[in-house]
Design a protein around this ligand. Structure first.
Ligand code: FAD
Ligand code: MLT
Ligand code: ZN
Length: 483
């Protein structure tokens, strides 16, 4: 792709305007800020180190009014922008493609209010997810979203990507739990829909456009979200299984026997667990190796009741030979240790220099077949083999099995065009044939933009483009991405 010449390039006059508006500490220019050690490089490169932009300017507004003035000015001067939260996105959406101005939300980091009767939290977009959850823990509540990047990602970024995470099975999607949004449109108008109402059928539900909008329609400046009571009893179990079929049986049994307390059902194949062990040198919760592993979490209100239920479940699935081996957490340390076997996967997959990531929704019965077929395909193409001369390290699968969301990952010894050609669009065709989704929870960003047609028809893509043109006619919001 080429830089769109309709966008202006940054001038001294633009910079002067922004420094006048925000002060030089919040309008950071190409490495030279008030604090001379500050470098803008981290804003230009993504979590995977796969994408690199060339922004010369980073703006860090401290209020909704400042965001409004910034966007109005950018829109009038044809300056393209990229909204940025914690910069943990996995589709290249949070960094510039060329010289777009980065608008970082990190200074808008206040909790605005919390009502402990309704459980409704109102927070600035730049509040870090873990900070929000720790705040809620003190009030005996829980943020209805949890994911491995919680220490860095922003609640605004979570909403902008419509992140799914580890407990969607229990708490549902942000499309349901987010009750209100305050957002700034490209022309500077402030959409004040920061309501704290559970029910509100007064016209089109416009805030939904910003949930999963990936910063293409405006900037989310605050959210209101309904948060459940924090469960008193949380347990986690880790199982080794013989096959994917056994994992499906375990899922059915978990729904039958643990029903109302089940809060996560995650799947990791044996290859991811072996990699985790080899790369980190850590001890795994179970001895021996199994082709598949599942992680089951329960959350309820009575410790004895829940532990007993999980214990009975464990006995049942072992007796029925659904699972080969299993372990239950007995304290907080073991609880965290088991969860790290799942949450730690993302990080180690980058160990060899490159990783091709596919985040897919598929019919649950077909979920793992794609991983096997991909491995077969890359082996036949001579890209995967026993020796280190092959570019592909392995083909692995893990994910939110309870939501039928597979993460197909292909770690490689650096990024490689032949590997990419063997995978795309083949993976997307496979998903299309199963009526799946090519983007379950990570979004489209730059990586998935060319492939949206595998999951959406022309009529729907046309409607999306109409919406984009209506609210962002100059196209300044996060260009070159999404649609
Ligand atoms: P960023 O990466 O900064 O931005 C993401 C997108 O949102 C960009 O397009 C950006 O322009 C836009 N954006 C950001 N803030 C705003 C705003 N205030 N207004 C408008 N647009 C905005 N995702 C899942 O769904 N489930 C997981 O389990 C999961 N686990 C992860 C684990 C790890 C280790 C990592 C690194 C990532 C994981 N992700 C997961 C990816 C996920 O999308 C994010 O971590 C998170 O939702 C992004 O939030 P962020 O604040 O970092 O947003
Ligand atoms: C996860 O579920 O671990 C995240 O979505 C990140 C990833 O896909 O690696
Ligand atoms: Zn995920």
């Amino acid at each position: 792709i080429k830089r769109d010449s309709k966008f202006a390039t940054l001038t001294q006059e633009h910079v002067k305007y922004f420094q006048g508006l925000l002060g030089s500490e919040s309008a950071v220019l190409d490495g030279v800020s008030k604090d001379a050690s500050e470098d803008i490089e981290p804003y230009n490169s993504d979590w995977m180190r796969k994408f690199r932009g060339h922004a010369q300017l980073v703006l860090r507004p401290g209020s909704t009014e400042e965001v409004s003035k910034i966007l109005k000015y950018c829109n009038e001067n044809m300056l393209a922008v990229v909204p940025q939260g914690g910069n943990t996105g996995l589709v290249g959406g949070s960094v510039p493609v060329f010289d777009e101005i980065v608008i970082s939300m990190q200074k808008m980091n206040k909790i605005r209010s919390f009502d402990d009767v309704s459980g409704i939290l109102v927070a600035d977009a730049g509040v870090i997810l873990e900070v929000a959850d720790n705040y809620l823990a003190e009030k005996n509540h829980i943020f209805p979203l949890d994911l491995g990047a919680k220490g860095s990602c922003h609640v605004g970024g979570n909403v902008a990507t419509n992140a799914g995470g580890l407990r969607l099975l229990r708490y549902g999607s942000l499309h349901g739990s987010v009750l209100g949004i305050e957002a700034v449109l490209p022309d500077g108008r402030i959409m004040n829909d920061l309501v704290t109402l559970r029910k509100n059928n007064t016209g089109y539900d416009l805030k939904q456009l910003f949930i999963g909008g990936e910063g293409t329609l405006g900037i989310v400046t605050a959210i209101s979200i309904i948060c459940p009571q924090r469960p008193q009893a949380v347990n986690v179990a880790y199982f080794g299984l013989e096959s994917y079929d056994h994992a499906q049986k375990a899922f059915r049994a978990a729904k039958t026997q643990l029903g109302e307390i089940l809060s996560a059902f995650e799947m990791m194949d044996g290859r991811t667990q072996k990699m985790l062990r080899d790369v980190t040198g850590r001890k795994m919760p179970l001895e021996g190796e199994h082709p598949f592993y599942c992680l089951i979490e329960t959350s309820g209100s009575n410790t004895d009741h829940d532990s007993e239920k999980l214990q009975n479940f464990l006995e049942h699935v072992m007796e029925q030979e659904i699972v080969a081996d299993g372990v239950m957490s007995e304290n907080q340390t073991q609880f965290a240790d088991i969860w790290s076997c799942r949450e730690g996967i993302t990080e180690i997959l980058g160990h060899w220099g490159g990783v091709y990531k596919y985040d897919l929704s598929l019919p649950i019965g077909d979920l793992y077949a794609l991983v096997d077929e991909t491995r077969e395909r890359l082996t036949q193409a001579g890209l995967l083999g026993d020796s280190e001369s092959h570019p592909v390290v392995d083909v692995v699968g893990y994910g939110h099995m309870g939501d039928a969301n597979l993460h197909l990952n292909i770690p490689t010894r650096g990024y490689n065009k032949d590997v990419e050609k063997a995978l795309e669009p083949w993976v997307y065709e496979w998903v299309q044939q199963k009526n799946g989704s090519i983007s379950a929870e990570h979004g489209l960003g730059v990586t998935k933009k060319p492939y949206i047609g595998y999951s959406r028809d022309d009529t729907m893509i046309g409607m999306m483009k109409q919406i984009k043109n209506l609210y962002d006619p100059n196209g300044i919001m996060n260009p070159y991405k999404y649609i």
